[in-house]
Design a protein around this ligand. Sequence first.
Ligand code: N01
Length: 547
Amino acid sequence: MSETVSTDLRELDALVVGAGFSGLYMLHRLRNTLGMSALVLEAADDVGGTWYWNRYPGARCDSESYFYSFSDRLSEDLLEEWTWSERFAGQPEILRYLQTVADRFDLRRDIRFRTTVTAASWDDDAGRWLVDTRDGERFAARFLVTAVGCLSTTNLPEFPGRDSFRGDSFHTGLWPHEGVDFTGKRVAVIGTGATGVQLIPEVAQEAAHVTVFQRTPNYDIAGGNHPVTPDFDRKIKDDYPQIWARTRETAFGFPYDVADRTALSVPEEERREIFEEAWAKGGFRLGTTFNDLLLDEDANETAAEFLRNKIRERVDDPEIAEMLAPKDHPFFTKRPPLENGYYETYNRDNVTLVDVNKSPIEAITPAGVRTADGEYEVDSIVYATGFDAMTGTLFKLGIRGRDGLTLAEKWAEGPRSYLGIATHGFPNLFMITGPQSPSVLSNMPVSIEQHVDWVAGCLRHLREQGVARIEPTREAEDGWVAHHDEVTATTLLPRANSWWVGANIPGKHRSLYPYVGGVGTYRGICDDVAAKGYEGFTLSRADVAAA
Ligand code: N01
């Protein structure tokens, strides 16, 4: 395949937006496997995506490092050579890993850094995408792949007076590279999701005082982080073929599956022991102890109460413990944070918890944060307020399809996709971990690899068949959306005001954005679509498309 460069328009086989896990692996497949001309456009000045931007204190992955990485699909040698230092690796180590991948596979030469995409329009006559950047550059490519991550557009709530604050403010998703010294400072932290829960214990050790503004308490699960021993590392490396095989078949992309038993089928004492055992192991295993925790309210309540009691055991002040113990939503209907010493942080003299559900934040003032109960004077504010997830960044790309409609317009009433990977009206567009795919309800690298490999297989098929255009049919898309909604309705997930359903962004359409049917099941569906010659897609040959 060819690449031609003219003075004002660079023509490629494929353009990829984003150089995190998805974009790096996509580029590797496009260029190194398929021999296509490909370019990645990346807003940052280095690779890493999420792990480039989220440098806040305590940032680490919540999946165990040994399976939060590329699998043998990328390189068996790299798996053997790379050794993680901690059970849950910190941000600097994961960023180093992604930089290593970029260097090892010589990816940087086809990544354009400091390049923000502002528009992408389908040119139906020429059968290509025209992509514009903030600096006025334009690129053309037959295929456009979004690899923008699911959590890459920050959510900064519009508190009245936000810009009047005299001190320093930070969003965790745009953390300064040089770090922040909170020594001796009075710090407000707004938000207690997975990010706040990682950050708060770290800042509390440094700051003079931390005031935490909590709107909804979460069911935080013990992380149980610890260094990786050489024995454990060797064992994992020896087991890798089985580990990866398991991650591809299980519900959440972890190498362990959900136990095949319901919570209430087990006597109370035995159930508690099962929870205790999972708790002691740490990480998301607690969510896999019974197969109906996400389906049945009574079953769910057993896990919820177990976790509330853990909070009560660890927090000295019973009133604060009750403030931290969630009662308004079932367990795992919001993403449970993993914590390492989070609850004990509230036993410190220099930490105050404020319930902004009871007395909401009314304004940010020059001196700090004002709630209905009074003003909290601080030197710094940390916004751990999350992201406009899954669609925020896709919409910002200004993607305009065949009929001139933007993706934001098409999805005004919620995402409509086929398999979460493509959408009718937008030919030759692939979305890595797009809405209505397992994405954020799974171990991300596993789902990323599955999508990238599926797209690469599809592009190979198109080339072999002389196909110039691929687009899902409206019927296939309607079918997928109906299936997605049907599976969603069997679960408790719609019950919570989570970012999974878009509830954190005022005005955002409420629906479950990721697909909850399970990683293994989903993979089977995608493979089946491919095996049937990309069933549900319209494939047009070059001569037909041009006619
Ligand atoms: O964001 P969040 P996050 N007034 O949206 C609160 C992933 N992650 O950055 O719950 C007051 O979860 C909001 O309150 P509420 C992971 O998938 C992964 O923490 O909406 N409060 C909540 O407490 C995670 O789920 C890792 O009522 C307001 C907080 O801000 C996702 O990223 C590590 C508010 C936002 O929590 C997002 O987590 C960390 C307002 N107006 C994160 N607006 C890894 O393991 C929002 N809040 C890789």
